[in-house]
Design a protein around this ligand. Structure first.
Ligand code: ARG
Length: 573
């Protein structure tokens, strides 16, 4: 298994401590923590040993520090702690070479998930309905989580589980007769308009609503004519969605939907009937389980016989296991659906499916305040279009002022817009709600996508000015505190990617990239005051090469991390 520079040293330090203490290394590893930066890189606290050894912690630390020797680490006692520091060599060269050697794959580890499979349900918009804010978040989060698992060597089965079955098609269908323009049946925006009108009318007019339900019943009964119309709506929507995904660089392994389970639900219901059982309740069919006082029961069929969201998810979960034999099955869906997933997962468990506990609801919070000049957001495309419009004003200004060289300002604006919206979302912890602000996400400074894209482009530019990234360099020359600080940020990417996978938390990667960019910027700033601290220092080729190698490692880290987040990395901006 390929290990990162950091984890290799941490393991070696833990092993040496364990040998000295006569305990298994695994017991020690978890107790090796990052040190206070002023005191080293790794730290082991001796307090827990005091009782058994009947000695004061500082004395224990001093004794241990004296007896330990680990190649590549400087070990010393600091009060009750045994600390280890990465000296300039070999650490500096190891970090730079790890990043540059891996290139765009830096941070990943193809061996980590070898032989394992994760199913990831993400994006999953509803056909012929306006897209909600939650679809924006699930699309960015799911794409990033899929990228991270792929980078860790997992087989990823990304599933876009379209909401393509249900009463809303009845609404679009009966609405289309009144408000639809047959010539525009292949225009997704038009279908959404029809749906919105039909939905309003159904709320006010019970007969209209009943017509829509009747249409959906025809669909469930397999009526060819109804299904033909539904299929047309579905094709139109999928074509529309595909354009957005192409724009975002997203490819799903599977685009399918709830309709896949039409006709397969009775089999699942039969299975549930065996264990844990089903029963009738007010004419509907529910899973027979003890429910908490105010908990709504798990509905499998309505009193008119039609199936539900939960019924289809139960069928889909099994179908996914049969097809993929997943080790994990993730559902990147809004926190609002927590009860739904708790109930679905509970039912799977009660059915005694041995893989039931592999299912995870990767829940996320809400976006507040996202609207465009046109008003409320209806499609993700509207948000990206407006971002591009706003960005292109800035890009043109910069091109005219000679600050940006590009022969395709439109393409660049699109890349920056995408980076801005994606990062504006991914930098937030997924569980928290956030308020969207155009000026904030589009700013070229601060904690933004454009700022990181700029940091990357600037590194590219510095390398270009220095005559390119050097093939060989002398790492011993990189002794400035700012150089060593930057290295320590670059070093973290593999650990952070692993944590992000374990916690389904892309914001960890986003935050690390901000730390890399600010360490990089502090390093550049030195050269403003002191000429001999410039990256492209004059009259000292050896030093310049060493510095360029470090910049190259930082560039790789930014490029690899942004790519995991699904953010483009233009070379010029
Ligand atoms: N289409 C649903 C919605 O828009 C999300 C589907 C999530 N995935 C699932 N397996 N239920 O709310």
């Amino acid at each position: 298994m390929s290990t990162s520079v950091y984890s290799r040293y941490r393991a070696a330090f833990a092993q040496a401590l364990a040998t000295a203490l006569g305990v298994p290394a695994a017991d020690i590893e978890a107790q090796v923590k990052p040190a206070e930066p002023a005191h080293g890189d790794l730290s082991f606290a001796t307090f827990p040993l005091a009782k058994a050894q009947k000695k004061a912690p500082p004395a224990i630390a001093a004794g241990l520090a004296q007896s330990l020797s680990v190649p590549g680490l400087e070990i010393k006692a600091v009060g009750p702690y045994v600390n280890a520091r990465f000296p300039t060599l070999p650490f500096t060269a190891e970090v730079i070479d790890a990043a540059r050697g891996a290139g765009i794959r830096y941070g990943g580890d193809e061996d980590a998930g070898r032989g394992k499979t994760v199913a990831i349900d993400y994006s999953s918009p509803n056909i012929a309905k306006p897209i909600g804010f939650h679809h924006i978040r699930t699309t960015f989060l799911g794409h990033c989580i899929a990228n991270i698992y792929r980078a860790l060597g997992w087989r990823v089965e990304g599933i876009n589980y379209l909401g393509d079955w249900g009463k809303q098609f009845g609404l679009v269908a009966v609405g289309f007769q009144e408000y639809g323009d047959p010539a525009r049946i292949d225009d997704m925006g038009h279908l959404v308009e029809v749906y919105v009108k039909a939905n309003k009318r159904a709320e006010a007019e019970p007969e209209f609503d009943e017509k829509a339900r009747a249409f959906f019943r025809r669909m469930e009964a397999g009526d060819a004519e109804a299904l033909k119309l539904w299929n047309q709506f579905r094709d139109t929507s999928i074509k529309g969605f595909k354009k957005i995904y192409a724009r975002m660089g997203i490819e799903f392994e599977h685009i399918e939907g709830e309709s896949r389970y039409q006709g397969k639900m009775d089999a699942v219901i039969d299975q549930i009937a065996k264990k844990p059982g089903v029963k009738e309740s007010q004419g509907a069919l529910i899973v027979d389980l003890p429910y908490a006082e105010n908990e709504p029961p798990i509905l499998l069929k309505k009193n008119d016989g039609s199936t539900l969201y939960a019924t289809r998810d139960l069928a889909a979960a099994q179908d996914r296991y049969e097809r993929f034999q997943f080790d994990k099955s993730l559902y990147v869906v809004a926190q609002d659906q927590a009860l739904h997933f708790r109930q679905v997962f509970r039912t799977l468990k009660e059915m005694d499916l041995p893989w039931a506990d592999r299912a995870v609801h990767v829940a996320f919070g809400r976006i507040h305040g996202m609207s465009t000049r046109k008003g409320q957001v209806v499609q993700l495309n509207d948000v990206l279009d407006e971002a591009r419009e706003r960005v292109s004003v800035k890009v043109r200004e910069n091109v005219e002022a000679g600050r940006i060289q590009t022969d395709d300002a439109d393409a660049l604006s699109e890349q920056i817009a995408l980076g801005a919206i994606a990062f504006g979302d991914l930098k937030h912890k997924r569980a928290s709600d956030y308020t969207f602000d155009w000026d904030e996400v589009l700013s070229f400074e601060g904690h933004t996508g454009p700022y990181l894209q700029y940091a990357h482009a600037r590194a590219v530019n510095v390398l270009r000015k220095g005559g390119g990234a050097p093939a060989s360099y002398d790492a011993a020359l990189l002794t400035l505190p700012e150089e060593q600080a930057l290295l320590r940020e670059i070093m973290r990417l593999p650990e952070v990617v692993r944590d992000a996978a374990e916690q389904y938390e892309p914001s960890l990667v986003a935050r690390l990239l901000l730390d890399v960019a600010s360490a990089l910027s502090r390093y550049y700033t030195l050269g403003n005051q002191e000429r001999d601290k410039r990256i492209n220092v004059e009259g000292n080729d050896a030093l310049r090469s060493a510095r360029l190698a470090l910049i190259d490692a930082a560039r790789v880290t930014l490029a690899a991390g942004l790519t995991l987040l699904g953010i483009p990395t233009p070379d010029n901006m």
